[in-house]
Write a protein of this length. Structure first.
Length: 507
């Protein structure tokens, strides 16, 4: 059976308005709630105009006796003028518990990564959650990410398969601690995608790539779904800690929920104007995670971060291979560091870098964040990230140490403060190895870059002397040579969080 839809306006409680279609019903019933074996299919067609709401709900009345629900969809992709977005339509589903913000009824989201999915008690398509198919009103959720000027014509096919339901497997989640090396520097990549959202690698592929990249820990962060949390059984070990999280992918930017409790889902269906994100950030923190705005100046549609940084614990300043948008993000981040000069810890956010790798040839661990943690555990790693005891580099070949020293044994490392008088001499010392040839090292301060020197072939030590009155903070960068004729500096090899110089003051 096929029909065209009827639209009405509704809203997700506390968030954006949506279009709700006329509900889909199924005739396979005997009036007692029991169902005979077989299946039924319904098709719905429609067209969305340019400027459509962010989400379209298709209610599906699911009777008793259903063992599996399957959904597929197609949509037109007409040619558009250069510079004009074409059609892109995402999809997911909520069960009979409803579509309210917060996700009680959430059963999966695949965005635009796949054109069909199926859910039963025993199993589900990657991106979706296995579990009982209970009777009630389910909602297929369409997300018209971009709509061409001609509009977006779509067709959704819903199939119910009847029969006895099986048992839902008990999820097995990764442990929160690995053996580690005690207090040490640990390397991690905390923004990764697999087949459980829009990536092409399996979890096994990612775990193998992480080990090959010399990583100690990774975080699984699929777009708008927690379905990958249970997909890593047998892949962790004493040498690799696997944390769980989510990349919350809104229409006003993406944020990595880093190290949330396994199984926790975080909603994405709002914009900055809806004033919902502070509530979501609190949910991330209650779930034991960190709030990390991702690629704030990326060039993809809806990737720019619009929610501000008041709730953030760190910011991803380097995402994948180094590009001009990373340069912009680092400059913006550096401009916030001066707020911490007088001891205002809320005035600056530690920087981190992640690969955001989806598929070959994207490299897991390019870049990676290296943190000084008490042990290889979720709490210790997160504490190190929040404190800024970290630096970023392009691969595990790069080794780095950075410190500032003053008189009478005063010493501070990355993310710390050197408490000396404003006119006291300070030495900033960078030791680096494993870098390509022809690299340069720079010391960046609240006045900008004040010292640059070539790095000896393969690595070496670079020193610079200053005072707190001249440089309120200092951080280090190591870069490749600039391209011929380029007005931009060379791509980043490694960079540190700052060391603050001078005594704290409330003045």
């Amino acid at each position: 059976m096929q029909r065209r839809n009827v639209l009405k306006m509704t809203a997700i409680a506390g968030a954006a308005s949506v279009l709700t279609l006329e509900g889909v019903t199924f005739a396979h019933a005997d009036g007692t709630g029991s169902r005979s074996p077989g299946e039924e299919t319904r098709k719905v067609t429609g067209r969305l105009a340019a400027g459509a709401p962010d989400f379209v709900h298709l209610p599906v009345e699911v009777p008793g006796g259903v063992r599996e629900i399957a959904v597929s969809y197609t949509y037109e992709r007409p040619s558009v003028p250069p510079g004009t977005p074409g059609n892109a339509l995402d999809i997911g589903i909520f069960d009979e518990r409803g579509t309210e913000l917060g996700g009680a009824g959430f059963r999966g989201w695949s965005g635009g990564a796949r054109k069909e999915f199926a859910i039963s008690a025993e199993q589900a398509t990657p991106g979706y959650l296995a579990g009982p198919i209970r009777p009630g009103t389910w909602h297929v959720v369409l997300g018209p990410y971009t709509v061409a000027p001609q509009g977006l014509a779509y067709e959704v096919t819903v199939t119910l398969r009847y029969g006895k339901q099986g048992a839902t497997p008990q999820p097995v989640y990764p442990p929160q601690r690995a053996r580690g090396r005690g207090r040490a520097w640990y390397r991690g990549d905390n923004h990764l995608h697999s087949v459980y959202s829009d990536g092409l690698r399996t979890p096994a592929d990612i775990a193998a790539a992480a080990r090959a990249a010399g990583l100690d820990w990774i975080t699984t962060t699929e777009h708008n779904t927690n379905s990958s949390h249970r997909a890593w059984e047998g892949l962790w070990g004493d040498d690799l800690l696997i944390l769980t999280g989510e990349e919350i992918t809104t229409r006003n930017g993406h944020v990595v929920a880093l190290g949330t409790d396994p199984g926790v889902f975080l909603d994405w269906r709002y914009r900055a104007r809806d004033r919902v994100f502070p509530r979501i950030a609190r949910q991330i923190h209650r779930a034991g995670g960190l709030v990390v705005p991702a690629h704030p100046h990326a060039t993809c549609v809806a990737c720019n971060w619009k929610f501000g940084f008041a709730e953030a614990d760190a910011v991803e300043v380097w995402n994948g291979p180094f590009t001009p948008d990373d340069e912009v993000t680092i400059a913006e981040w550096d401009n916030t560091l001066v707020a911490a000069v007088r001891g205002d810890r809320r005035g600056w956010l530690p920087a981190m870098g992640n690969s955001d790798a989806h598929r070959e040839p994207q490299v897991v661990g390019l870049p990676q964040t290296v943190v000084l943690a008490e042990d290889l555990s979720r709490p210790a790693l997160q504490a190190a990230i929040r404190a800024g005891r970290s630096w970023i580099c392009e691969s595990s070949k790069v080794q780095l140490s950075f410190e500032a020293t003053g008189g009478r044994g005063a010493h501070a490392g990355i993310g710390e403060r050197l408490p000396v008088d404003r006119d006291a001499p300070v030495t900033a010392r960078l030791k680096v190895s494993g870098v390509p040839s022809d690299c340069t090292a720079s010391f960046v301060t609240d006045q900008g870059t004040l010292f640059t020197a070539p790095v000896p072939s393969g690595g070496g030590t670079v020193e610079w002397r200053t005072t707190p009155s001249y440089a309120a903070y200092v951080r280090a960068e190591v870069r490749h040579p600039a391209g011929p004729g380029s007005e931009l500096p060379g791509a980043m090899v490694a960079m540190t969080n700052p060391i603050f110089l001078g005594r704290e003051s409330s003045a």
